[in-house]
Design a protein around this ligand. Sequence first.
Ligand code: T3D
Length: 258
Amino acid sequence: MEHILFDVEEGVATITLNRPDKLNAFNRTMAMEAQQCLDRCAEDHTIRAVLITGNGKGFSAGQDLAEIIDPNGPTMSQILSEHYNPIIVKIRNLAKPVIAGVNGVAAGAGANIALCCDIVIAKQTASFIQAFSKIGLIPDSGGTFFLPRLIGWQKASALMMTGEKISAADAEKLGMVYKVLPEEVYDAELKKLSATMANMPTKALALTKHALNYSLSNNMDTQLSLEDKLQQEAALSYDYREGIDAFINKRNPEFKGE
Ligand code: T3D
């Protein structure tokens, strides 16, 4: 691949956005390659956790702004319907945990791709910008869906309208990210978390993700029924039997993801 590094190690697939001289801004090639990687993560049963991160000092500066003024480049409609929307849908529908390792600035679509992941970890030096308003656009890539649900309407509205850059520490305080890690431990801790996720009961995590996806729009009664249905499915899994057996016999469980 031209603009993505893809690596699988011990059940963890790492998708590294790789245009470091452009702060990993997305062009069409990179967006299509990201989708190929996500498809591979869905198909390969040995992959049990996915980490999305960026190479160099940025996570992603969002849409490559040079590409949108290129007369031979994709149209606005293609950029959303063929690039970003499928990436967001593939991340949310992937039946495995997806971790965003935000190593640096995450702007525009880059920020919103990170925010739709299941667990967002940010390096202390990272930052987040809903950069769209600064160039006369509206937040896309699920930003208007996920951000108000993560941090509340008022904060989301202000961040989107001002285009203010916020630090990783502030993002954590707002509830936009799960944890901020100091630079010196960031790589090791991210690796540890990814490995932990790859050894969890993948099927139960997938069903959890499914329930969370629906909790964004279901009412309580419907959500309780969904939990009932999904719990019955989880209870049929190998990993459920293994988890119970390990607990009763006071040993560590060895989950297979089945
Ligand atoms: O059709 C549509 O566009 C719809 C889709 C929209 C989705 C979107 O994502 S819209 C939002 C697009 N992104 C932005 O507006 C962010 C633009 N970038 C910035 O504001 C700044 O670069 C940052 C605040 C992210 C970082 O600032 P800084 O000072 O750390 O870095 P820099 O010097 O600005 O950038 C470093 C290089 O990356 C530089 O290249 P150069 O001059 O060294 O050759 C810069 O041009 C390049 N770069 C950064 N962002 C982009 C980019 N090149 C192309 N596209 C970018 N988005």
